[in-house]
Design a protein around this ligand. Structure first.
Ligand SMILES: Cc1cc2nc3c(=O)[nH]c(=O)nc-3n(C[C@H](O)[C@H](O)[C@H](O)COP(=O)(O)OP(=O)(O)OC[C@H]3O[C@@H](n4cnc5c(N)ncnc54)[C@H](O)[C@@H]3O)c2cc1C
Length: 621
């Protein structure tokens, strides 16, 4: 078990929380509680992460477990009416690029969101560690010679923050193939170029080696000392363990809705300061659908953090929670809320929600998962079928945080732009000429995430992601009953925009080109696409049918409380909810467009600046 000290300020029952009034409810709790004169309460629906072993082991997957909300979408019309999984962290902490920031600055009219202004927050959040120092690697028994672990590379960005970042310590047989294939292809087609560091402002390219032992271009991962580095382990637990008296955390408790102050004309220093606008200063919480309701008041403001609410972390997973809570509090499109009259009748005074588009603009990255049968006995598949070996590797990890389990499942990937002719006559959904449209990433084994490993065979998994999709979905309430215990209706609207179908077709064709190079064809490494007799998927129509059958998302939803300068944008550039007072949103739901990357680092950077914005607005700087 992971040895994080249990804090006396971590509560599991609202009645035990020492006070019912805080300066801030939740959030960027760690940064705000740096000021000992302000009190902060974090409310988290899920569990304490401390003793949930799979969270801390980088190799293990938590989807579908007790720390997952286990949501699904509504049937997706363009996916043969399939519903698809929406995993989402139900626990303290969680999972955790660059051109897009300048685009956000343009959309919000706030130059503070430009990359040159934000770089300091990026550095404030993360620290790059030399993984060779951290882990001693031991190959799995089926894996023969493995190159030595990567050495320290001074060219990689090196911040000074609490989130630990390393490169994978456990090279797989695929890594060389990916880097060699892109090196070969880039000579003919610059779309397959190689890169050393994807975090330099130009993220396009596939990872490459300089020398066999310098794993340049490898993923940078939020792990350190062999463990996952999450917002809980990096921010929250250290603050709790240092016994900050002004920080309390309440877990296993859901925020049900936000409540308005009777006096809606309170003074405020915020940019939404209109004397007649509704002022929210309380949250109502419960531990079960019919359980006792408790109220907590915020003297300064309520911060809805991450997918959800008044919760602690800074980072995490999806972003449905925030819009659901806003909608349940009566903040949302009027025509939509009209159908929930029962709920609205509880809101006094009724909100003028004409400006709010809470729940609209839901976006995620569509991901097509393709499994290939391969000629190899080095994939992870044998390990996954061998409980004794898994136990042995887990024991090694528990003893000294080394071995395969100290690593994540994928070491290399590549970002690509669409060919220029595909962009003719359409508005480019990418945020700039150095931002990608597509991503290809690889796993050395059977990894469709939601299917069982076959009893026999060896596999590799190729995931094609549209990182700049055009389709836009929404989140709406399923019922006025049950509050946040009732799952909302999540509709990604995947492939609703035909641009995305064309983009995924291009991704399939690119993958076929990539896998037809010597590194993959020699020794007949790739046998076939699983379930077919061929390494390719066939005609255009067959490819589209394959997409509809096998697309899910890569779990990066954003945008449902988008920030911007237009009246219909849910939040302004200081992250305050428009049309009311006292509520700020700090999570992935404020992003107006989807980051063309895995968004965790973007969320950390957002949260670090948000902490300074809040401190400025409340005279704490
Ligand atoms: C399985 C998975 C894998 C991922 N892998 C990567 C990756 O490799 N790299 C990467 O960059 N990104 C990854 N992401 C995405 C990344 O984790 C998210 O984009 C980011 O963490 C979003 O953070 P957030 O703060 O907006 O929301 P969240 O992390 O969703 O925060 C939601 C929190 O609020 C709590 N909550 C919700 N409702 C309530 C309520 N009513 N009351 C109290 N608490 C509530 C939830 O329990 C949860 O703890 C992954 C996401 C998932 C789900």
């Amino acid at each position: 078990m992971v040895g994080l000290a249990q804090s006396t300020s971590l509560y599991t029952d609202p009645k035990d929380v020492p006070t019912k009034e805080y300066d801030f409810r939740n959030v960027i709790a760690t940064r705000l509680s740096e000021d000992p004169t302000k009190s902060v309460l974090v409310i988290e629906a899920g569990l304490d992460d401390t003793n949930v072993l799979p969270i801390h082991v980088p190799f293990l997957i938590n989807q579908g477990s007790i720390v997952d909300w286990n949501f699904t979408t509504v049937p997706q019309k363009e996916l043969n009416n399939r519903t698809i999984p929406v995993p989402r962290g139900f626990v303290l902490g969680g999972s955790s690029s660059i051109n897009l920031w300048d685009h956000y600055a343009k959309v919000t009219g706030d130059s503070g969101w430009r990359w040159d202004a934000l770089k300091k927050y990026w550095d404030k959040a993360s620290t790059y560690l030399d993984s060779a120092v951290i882990s001693t690697l031991v190959p799995p028994t089926s894996n023969p010679a493995i190159p030595p672990p990567p050495r320290n590379d001074p060219t990689l960005s090196n911040g000074n923050g609490p989130v630990l970042v390393t490169r994978p310590n456990f090279p797989t047989e695929l890594d060389d193939k990916v880097t060699s294939a892109s090196t070969l292809l880039q000579q003919k087609n610059s779309r397959f170029k190689t890169t050393v560091d994807m975090n330099t402002g130009d993220s396009i390219g596939f990872g490459r080696y300089k020398q066999a032992q310098d794993h340049e271009g490898y993923n940078q991962e939020t792990t350190g000392h062999g463990e996952r580095s999450s917002s809980a382990t990096a921010y929250l637990h250290p603050a709790l363990n240092s016994k900050r008296r002004n920080l309390d955390v309440l877990i296993q408790t859901r925020v049900m809705r936000l409540l308005q102050s009777r006096n809606t004309a309170l003074n405020s220093t915020t940019s939404n300061d209109h004397s007649s606008v509704p002022h929210f200063n309380q949250v109502e919480v419960a531990q079960s659908v019919d359980g006792r309701l408790f109220k907590f008041s915020a003297r300064n403001e309520i911060i809805l953090s991450s997918g959800a609410i008044v919760h602690c972390r800074f980072g995490g997973k999806l972003s449905q929670g925030t819009p659901q809570l806003l909608l349940l509090s009566g903040v949302g499109p009027k025509d939509e809320l009209k159908s929930w009259e029962l709920m609205l009748s509880r809101i006094d005074p009724p909100l003028n929600s004409k400006f709010s588009r809470s729940g609209k603009n839901l976006r995620d990255h569509p991901m097509l998962v393709t499994i290939y049968n391969v000629n190899s006995n080095q994939t992870f598949d044998d390990l996954m079928r061998n409980p004794a070996l898994k136990e042995q590797l887990l024991e090694q990890w528990q003893n000294n945080r080394t071995g395969l389990f100290a690593n994540t499942l994928s070491s290399v990937h590549g970002f690509m732009r669409l060919p220029e002719d595909r962009l003719k006559g359409v508005q480019d959904p990418a945020s700039g000429p150095h931002a990608p449209h597509l991503e290809m990433f690889f796993a050395d084994g059977f990894l469709p995430l939601f299917e069982r490993l076959p009893a026999n065979g060896h596999f590799i998994t190729v995931r094609n992601v549209i990182v700049a999709p055009k389709s836009v979905g929404s989140l709406t309430l399923a019922s006025a009953n049950g509050g946040t215990f009732t799952h909302p209706l999540i509709n990604y609207n995947i492939y609703a925009d035909s641009f995305d179908i064309q983009a995924m077709l291009q991704a399939i064709n690119d993958t076929e080109t990539f896998l037809s190079t010597a590194p993959w064809t020699q020794d007949d490494f790739i046998i076939s696409v699983a379930g077919r007799n061929s390494t390719s998927i066939g005609t255009k129509e067959e490819k589209i049918a394959f997409m509809r059958k096998n697309t899910i998302t890569v779990f990066h939803p954003i945008g449902t409380a988008r920030m911007g300068r237009k009246e219909e944008d849910v939040t302004d550039s200081r992250l305050l909810v428009r049309g009311l007072k006292g509520v700020r949103v700090v999570d992935a739901s404020v992003f107006p467009t989807i980051p063309e990357c895995h968004p965790q680092a973007v969320v950390y950077t957002l949260a670090e600046r948000a902490a300074d914005i809040i401190k400025e607005d409340h005279g704490m700087l």
